[in-house]
Design a protein around this ligand. Structure first.
Ligand code: GBH
Length: 465
């Protein structure tokens, strides 16, 4: 179990869930059909197309709003998707969930994957506390409408991208530039909104619907660049600023001490009269702590972190607050997305660290995957990506006793890759975005994944533990 490149030949448990993931804006299209309202990605891609690599948008995307039955047939061929109440929208999701269940597929639903309604954003969006009430009402509605058929709920997908990228460095809609300020306000409200949605389920639905609620938190693994204590501390600080920012309030209570200390210290030197990191009251800490039944984890890759001198005081930023910049080893084999490297060993370390740091939660890996640039044919490297990552996941289960109960590949389909438009493709299925039909074609790695799902085994012959 010590060599990350030897493939684990133990079966995954019978109860282990395998699946694939998609997200509504990235696949559905039909952006203005049937009374659907405008969201922040519609607005960004339509008014600032120059921000998207190929000026692409999600107006049609994979047209899954119309082609969901075909998609579920593909999925079955192997084995998540995600304000005014829109009747056609409700019908779409009812049909989608029914079709999944009719095909023996367990739906795992993310309530919010980044498509904030534009009017909510205009009113202040995630930097305003009113959003907590709106999100709670929205969660209640989706539990009521779909909760009889959905047992696995996730409130938010990747809050760090919503806040850091959406309000810090403008790498995601709504592309607000408020580094070191807006992103902390946003996180404060996202955490409260998550907790609100969790408590609503607990108080109003759990007894009858008997499902589970959690959040998806994303992080790469941060490996110290050397055996020095300073590098180890820098890497741990980075983990706390990326993952602990969200996980610590939910699993342990309140923001990580290191964040509170560093942001207060830097805010004071910058001349702020109080810390840029908002404070939770005692009651709020208690309200947020424990709002999980399991953990949804998205992780694709690893980074290295080396100790650096304290960044000079200037304009506030989350990056300088971390005091721990990241980089990658140029020798790591990479995907079309520059941030995705074949570092499967990082997955096992990450799982072991989460178990130790957050009270050994039950974990489902909700996203992991490999991107190409549209060339299809031989994608054996994607197959190797799944195999080596899953092997390290199986090692973590076997040798480190990490409680992992499922894995879903990102993604079922090539799709609208946010700022990268249609230039990076994570699908098990190629989608021809030039054909009005949006023809889906299986990539060879889908055959490998099918075999894994069917056999619960990563190599040709597996043994029982
Ligand atoms: C996921 O995020 C998203 O949930 C999903 O919607 C998306 O399609 C999928 O990734 C694939 O991209 O350019 O170095 O600043 C994954 C986590 C973290 C990946 C931030 C991109 C930017 C890295 N994301 N990261 S960098």
């Amino acid at each position: 179990g010590d060599d990350p490149y030897i493939i684990n030949d133990k079966y995954f448990p019978d109860s282990f869930l395998f699946g694939t993931a998609t997200a509504s804006y990235q696949v559905e299209g039909a952006w203005n059909e049937d009374g659907k309202g405008e969201n922040i990605w519609d607005r960004l891609t339509h008014t600032r197309p120059e921000l998207i690599a190929d000026r692409g948008n999600g107006d049609i995307a994979c047209d899954s709003y119309h082609k969901y039955k075909e998609d579920i047939a593909l999925l079955k061929g192997l084995g998540r998707f995600a304000n005014q109440v829109n009747d056609a929208g409700v019908a779409y999701y009812k049909n989608l969930i029914k079709e999944l269940k009719d095909n023996g597929i367990e739906p795992m639903v993310t309530i919010f994957h980044w498509d904030t309604p534009q009017p909510i954003h205009e009113a202040g969006g995630f930097t305003s506390e009113f959003v907590v009430d709106y999100f709670g009402d929205y969660a209640r509605l989706v539990y009521r409408l779909f909760g009889d058929d959905v047992k696995y709920w996730l409130t938010f997908n990747e809050p760090k991208q919503i806040c850091h990228e959406g309000y810090g460095d403008a790498q995601k809609a709504p592309a607000i530039v408020s580094p070191g300020i807006g992103e902390y306000l946003c996180t404060h409200n996202v955490l409260k909104a998550h907790a609100r949605a969790y408590h609503i389920y607990d108080e109003e639905f759990r007894a009858t619907q008997k499902g589970q609620v959690s959040i998806v938190i994303d992080t790469p693994w941060y490996e110290p660049n050397s055996f020095s204590i300073a590098d180890a501390e820098a890497a741990e600080r980075k983990r706390q600023f990326v993952f602990g920012w969200y996980a610590n309030p939910i699993f342990n209570g309140d923001y990580p001490e290191i964040m509170k200390a560093r942001i207060a210290m830097r805010s004071e030197l910058e001349g702020f009269s109080s810390s840029r990191l908002p404070k939770f009251t005692k009651d709020e800490i208690a309200y947020i702590k424990g709002t999980y039944d399991y953990l949804g984890l998205n992780s694709y890759s690893s980074y290295l972190v080396a100790a650096v001198p304290e960044p000079t005081i200037g304009n506030p930023s989350w990056e300088d607050d971390t005091g721990a910049p990241e980089f990658q080893d140029p020798s790591w084999e990479g995907a079309a997305s520059h941030w995705v490297k074949l570092t499967p060993w990082g997955m096992r370390k990450l799982l072991r660290w989460i178990k130790a740091t957050y009270n050994d939660p039950a974990i489902i890996i909700t996203e992991n995957g490999y991107s190409d640039n549209g060339t299809y044919g031989d994608d054996s490297i994607r197959q190797r990506y799944y195999q080596t990552f899953l092997s390290n996941i199986r090692d973590a289960m076997e040798f480190d006793k990490v409680n992992v109960f499922g894995y879903t590949v990102w993604s079922l389909l090539d799709n609208m890759e946010w700022m990268m438009g249609y230039t990076e493709k994570f699908g098990l299925h190629h989608v021809d975005f030039n054909s009005p039909n949006r023809t889906r074609t299986e990539k060879p790695s889908a055959q490998y994944y099918r075999k894994v799902v069917n056999t619960h085994c990563l190599v040709d012959s597996c043994v029982n533990e």
